[in-house]
Ligand binder design. Sequence first.
Ligand code: HEM
Length: 319
Amino acid sequence: MAISFNFFLLLLLLAGSTTAFPNFFLSPSFYSNTCPQLHGIVRSAMKEAIRNDTTIGAGLLRLFFHDCFAGGCDASVLLDDTRASVGEKTAPANKNSLRGFEVIDLIKKRVEAACPQTVSCADILALAARDSVGLLHGPRWNVRLGRSDATAAEQNAASFSLPGPGSSLPILLTMFAAKGLDARDMVALSGAHTLGRSHCSLYRERIHGDSNIDPAFSAALRSTCPLGSGNATVTAPFDRTPGRFDNMYFKDLVAFRGLLKSDQALYGGSLVDPLVEIYSEDNAAFGRDFAAAMVKLGDLSPLFGLPGEIRLNCRKVNA
Ligand code: HEM
């Protein structure tokens, strides 16, 4: 009896852990009986969304990362500000740059019509991120499901847990280790920057000041992203194929064409150089490690049942 009680306690501890232990409560088949249409609804909505805007998959992948790193994968990032509380959308790492909220709204609406009050926004986001990668030629993985949604946002967690564009390698390793993610996970997950783009304000210092950068690459970017405040809407892609999930990001790092300081921090006399080189030469190895690390990312502090809820509208807690 004592043994089974201890085992139960251990399960609870792992379930509530802030780090990426495999979570026994999550399962790919969680909605098999209660919402068998779920996977099809998410995938067809993501297909439509990417057909309308080929860059939106990048937005959804980033949304998932920012949700999971700020207090766990609990859809807290999706909550709008209210009169009583300021949410995560305006935290420094998120402000004016997170996108894809409308796609989640649309998927949630369709899922609610098919399976009312059953599927959490946190699980929808996890599936949308996975399908974004798959539809853009990247790997697929089984998403473990069964999370519930947070009833409050965590602006502080969003401000302090997310790495910034100037982060050094030791800082990146420390921030990921704090979530139970090792160097391999961190490097593989950084490969998400094979999709999407960054705003000029976040790579300006690098292209005007760094010496570990290909001179032709920085010169080409400097004309559209000059010193000074400049045009806030200017962006540049992270790699040469921003609409395709491939290992070009790592090839570009090896060529010293990393866009952010935090990207190039992974290569050029760094401890993780060998991993970057492996991924730059072996797209399949990158895909495998990325998929495995995404499953670990998705295991970060999910909520189960109470005190969470199945939000009816992903932007606000239930009345
Ligand atoms: C390793 C530390 C990381 C840092 C310092 C970092 C930082 C950034 C920054 C500064 C941007 C540009 C935002 C903008 O200007 O709109 C960005 C974009 C992006 N990040 Fe990261 N990121 C990191 C890791 C990750 C991870 C782990 C993922 C996903 C698993 C991810 C996915 C993305 C994607 C897909 C974009 C492009 C978004 C878009 O085009 O809208 N990042 N990141």
